[in-house]
Design a protein around this ligand. Sequence first.
Ligand code: DC
Length: 228
Amino acid sequence: MDKNVIAIDGASGTGKSTISKLLAKNLDLNYIDTGAIYRSVALKVKKENISLDNEEKLKTLCENIPLKFVFIDGKNHVFLEKEDVSEKIRTQEISMLASKVSSLKVVRDALIDIQHRLAKETIKRASILDGRDIGTVIFPNADLKIFLTASDSIRAKRRYEELKEKGINANFNTVLKETIERDKNDSQRLLAPLKKADDSIEINTDKMNIEEVFFKIKSLIKEKINLC
Ligand code: DC
């Protein structure tokens, strides 16, 4: 049976991963955090000291990335081989490197198959993928496409709070600067830039809390795919 696909795209801090995880848990769907794939590539690039000019090595790395998503106690963990890298891929350094790595054609091309496979090879009824180009490039025929937006300051504030909660000391202005810089990279790159698909439904989350966004998308899933 063909699996339904729900694409949730947006910049960092728009709430897409929080919402996608909630929806996946609540509706018992397969969740794929595509940002974690680019972050894992970035971590490997750093560990193995691979030059971003070395296309051959990058291609081999992406095509063979030993990546696994595992649910442990209701939480999505990312494994590279046997190592749980869920925390290591979330540092500011890896965020910036993931943004750089994701602008390379060799990387994006090599990761298309993995994303298709992860979405289709599931025992669940449908997959939710969050990212930047899911509705435009990876699954242009997705059953439902959502594009989340929020202002720079709100997105930086969310990121800052997240870091504080994890006990990471951060400066708000630095977080704001890096948020803007990363989104500039992601939306101005030539390949698969962060962009709303024409048939995507845009939701601005500035004045909405998590529950409100959750119920809004849940009702859209019900209306469009009849999964709820
Ligand atoms: O969603 P995130 O912040 O974890 O993503 C990390 C980086 O990966 C982000 O800067 C852009 C890139 N990315 C991408 O180019 N395409 C995706 N589908 C997901 C992430």
